[in-house]
Unconditional design. Structure first.
Length: 368
């Protein structure tokens, strides 16, 4: 990809994920460390109503026993008549309500809400009380489970019934045993097919990676095509490369005369555990599990799923507050512009969902 294109894409991404202009959309349940809201997306229905989904995470650790730690405790859906809110909670699903068959739900993580002529699909990730394969059972911590991507289908958002939840993606590969944090969209060039980019972790929880699953028709099943769509980087993102969003770049300015391109926002980390800064080295944002920082990649839609990393040597998106965490970017293209949302660390170390909106005029100026 040409450097001129990369530079314009970076300008657009920085303007969208503007840490200083961000406004809080949904607060977590407490203003302190370990409390978050986010990990979802925003859509707009045919009536012009905006719907926002995500999960509440409270401080706690489910390793003390299934259901004992609150951690990811609630999936919530909000609505608003304005792209930046205010937001009113309309639906709420607890861990108990999302149990699938005999599997108890330990925690809830990322979600992806999609709507179309055939109805609504809510993709969600749940950690279920299931045992590791016998040959690695000793690696499983007491009270933990295995992550799947599930789906609830309905004719409408208000009609979503948690009792109808079913597994959409499940892995049996030890190197990618846990699958979670779905990002769903129509496959470029073939809108009959639906893609899900998902985060995967090995049984050891030593890394975070991005995989791809494809469903060829709405009646079909998702099939995993890759566990490594965007390989982990060599520096700030060597331990984690988790894609959280695909944004098709508006065909404005310079981009009106070239083939369609998409930006892929991703979360990265140098280590999955917090590392002490060296007293003699350069202090830098490092990112770690649950406190990741952000980067971007891009790809021509005609070449999907080929994606090229842009933030190779350092992160692009770092909160000026708290731990620096800036993660779970999601976007929505509207007739008037583009909304970006993400979790942003605050001075009190909580992570509310924040947002920023760019008008089409602003975008055209950036891309020209």
């Amino acid at each position: 990809m040409e450097e001129e294109i990369k530079e314009r894409l970076q300008r657009l991404a920085f303007a969208l994920i503007d840490q200083e202009r961000a406004t809080i959309l949904v607060e977590p349940k407490d203003q302190s460390e370990g409390f978050w809201f986010g990990g979802g997306n925003v859509i707009c229905d045919d009536d012009g109503v905006f719907w926002l989904c995500g999960r509440y995470r409270n401080h706690g650790d489910s390793r003390t026993g299934v259901g004992a730690g609150e951690r990811g405790l609630e999936l919530a859906i909000f609505s608003s008549n304005s792209v930046l809110g205010p937001w009113e909670k309309k639906r709420s699903f607890t861990k108990k309500e999302l149990e699938n068959g005999t599997d108890k739900v330990v925690s809830i993580e990322g979600t992806s809400l999609v709507a179309g002529p055939d109805g609504v699909e809510l993709f969600l990730s749940t950690e279920k009380d299931r045992n590791y394969p016998s040959d690695v059972i000793d690696y499983q911590k007491i009270g933990t489970g295995i992550w799947d991507v599930d789906v609830i289908k309905s004719a409408s958002i208000m009609g979503l019934d948690p009792s109808s939840v079913s597994v959409a993606i499940r892995s049996h590969e030890l190197g990618s045993l846990h699958v979670k944090d779905p990002v769903s969209f129509q496959v470029p060039r073939d809108h009959e097919q639906r893609a899900i980019l998902f985060c995967s972790h090995p049984y050891t929880w030593a890394s975070s990676n991005t995989g791809l699953a494809i469903r060829e028709s709405k009646e079909g099943q998702f099939k995993i095509k890759s566990f490594n769509v965007l390989a982990r980087g060599n520096s700030w993102d060597v331990a984690c490369t988790r894609i959280t969003e695909r944004l098709q770049v508006p065909a404005l300015g310079f981009f009106s005369d070239i083939p369609p391109i998409s930006i892929y926002f991703y979360d990265g980390a140098e280590c999955l555990r917090s590392l002490k800064q060296s007293d003699f080295g350069v202090t830098r944002p490092r990112g770690f599990s649950c406190e990741e920082i952000g980067g971007m990649a891009a790809g021509y839609d005609e070449s999907f799923p080929k994606i090229d990393r842009i933030s190779s040597h350092e992160p692009m998106f770092v909160s000026p507050h708290g731990t620096g965490c800036s993660r779970y970017v999601s976007t929505l293209i509207t007739p008037d512009g583009v909304l970006a949302t993400w979790q942003q660390s605050q001075e009190n170390f909580s992570q509310p969902l924040v947002g920023n909106f760019l008008s089409n005029q602003q975008i055209e100026e950036i891309l020209s």
